[in-house]
Design a protein around this ligand. Structure first.
Ligand code: F3S
Length: 422
């Protein structure tokens, strides 16, 4: 490992014990990965894996948030004090517990309230930009081409690598926390040019006609490519942010894929030659009507027509998606529960636009909390409808719920009628 003079000084303790431990962890991690140096990071997206004295975390109780961080973020039992984080930009991308979610569920637990407040306090005092969203790129956290990013949210990883040309691997909690504290990450994987070349060619014959259609295509590509960097050849003028968001999230859910290229669209794929950069495609895949139908059937499988909960916004909805929902819900009332996951800043925007009021009057909830992440669901659920392939994939792996999956329009129809219409 080649360390800079500054890194040697941090290792010797010149910037305090927290940064010393964080850098020691990072050096060990880099060695395990075979990296020969560390990079200065431009932005770290954190969701610290803290354990607080709450009813949820019985058996893992700590006296303070900082003590919890020593254990779970720095992997040490020592009590060290955290100063400002060293990474130039630190964004909180945790779609975690919020008061609105607890209130919606009717949970009255002072320990959980304290947990929410304590996390917010910690981030405020340590200079983090607490966006509370798994899609911070929708809110101005827009790392551009070549920026070195650290995040563990897979949908953010694939979006920022592919659509923005920023560079990030999918990191675990301890690496992310240490990167935030010391501003370094191993120089390997998708931080390097040679690992960003296309590996599979996907010829798209069926251009999706809804945003959910992009999810279906992403899921099919992930399932078939499994591991690699797919290059999409598609005859289309432009692709929207929302479509890229769904495409990438689904692709990384069904496969172990952290990056894709779209020829003529994404920043490292102006041409097919650029996308492959000397690689020959390992395989040429064709995506058409039949492939779309196959994935639709796989994800939309409940035989029951009744729907108890419609869950939208995975990854978190953009402001324009919230507007679309409001248009569909105007002067309507929901029969089923309707939960729309989006950033607090987007909820504030929706209130300015009048969309939040329309959604709430119809009986819907806008929240930053993601039920699978916080692991607290409304009671008595049997069937869930969603417009996200990622959600349709993950929910049944932890919950006994049956799933319908379809477009936003189909989901809102189900929220209003309480039934799924094919
Ligand atoms: Fe975000 Fe939760 Fe989906 S964190 S990407 S809404 S599973």
């Amino acid at each position: 490992m080649k360390l800079t003079e500054q890194e040697e000084q941090i290792l010797a303790g010149a910037e305090g014990e927290a940064r010393q431990i964080a850098l020691k962890n990072m050096v060990e991690y880099a060695e395990a990965l075979g990296a020969d140096s560390l990079l200065d990071v431009d932005c770290v997206s954190i969701g610290f894996p803290a354990r607080l004295p709450t009813s949820l975390n019985a058996g893992q109780e700590f006296d303070s948030f900082e003590d919890s961080l020593c254990y779970s973020a720095l992997a040490t039992d020592k009590k060290v004090s955290f100063r400002e984080m060293k990474a130039p930009k630190v964004v909180v991308n945790n779609a975690s517990m919020t008061r609105e979610w607890l209130d919606y569920l009717g949970v009255e637990d002072p320990a959980l309230y304290a947990c929410v407040e304590e996390m917010d306090r910690f981030y405020r005092e340590h200079g983090a930009n607490n966006t509370c969203t798994c899609a911070p790129y929708l809110l101005g956290n827009l790392p551009l081409k070549g920026a070195h990013i650290v995040t563990g949210e897979s949908s953010q990883v694939i979006f920022e690598n592919s659509v923005l040309g920023a560079r990030t691997n999918c990191e675990g909690d301890i690496a992310i926390s240490c990167a935030a504290i010391v501003g370094k990450i191993p120089n390997c994987g998708l931080h390097l040019d040679e690992n960003r070349k296309g590996t599979h060619l996907v010829k798209v014959k069926k251009i999706p006609d809804t945003t959910f259609g992009w999810d279906l295509m992403g899921y099919w590509i992930g399932k078939h490519v499994k591991l690699g960097i797919p290059v999409l050849e598609i005859d289309i003028e432009t692709i929207g942010v929302e479509q890229y968001k769904g495409l990438g999230a689904a692709m990384t859910t069904a496969g172990q894929i952290d990056m894709f290229h779209v020829i003529g669209h994404t920043p490292e794929a102006a041409t097919r030659e650029m996308a492959f950069s000397g690689n020959s495609p390992k395989e040429v895949l064709v995506y058409g009507e039949e492939q779309e139908a196959e994935i639709r059937k796989m994800l939309d499988w409940s035989e029951e027509k009744n729907v108890d909960l419609v869950l939208l916004g995975c990854p978190h909805y953009s402001s324009f998606q919230v507007q679309e929902v409001a248009k569909l819900l105007k002067n309507q009332k929901c029969t089923a529960k309707l939960v729309i996951m989006t950033a607090p800043a987007t909820i504030a925007q929706a209130r300015i636009n009048g969309d939040a009021q329309i959604i709430e009057e119809a009986g819907g909830l806008l929240t930053a909390s993601c039920p699978p992440m916080v692991a607290i669901w409304p009671r008595n659920l049997n069937v869930i409808a969603t417009d996200s392939a990622k959600m349709a994939h993950y929910v049944p792996s932890t919950q006994p719920f049956k799933i319908h999956a379809g477009s936003m329009e189909a989901c809102i129809d189900a929220a209003i009628s309480g039934k799924w219409h094919d």
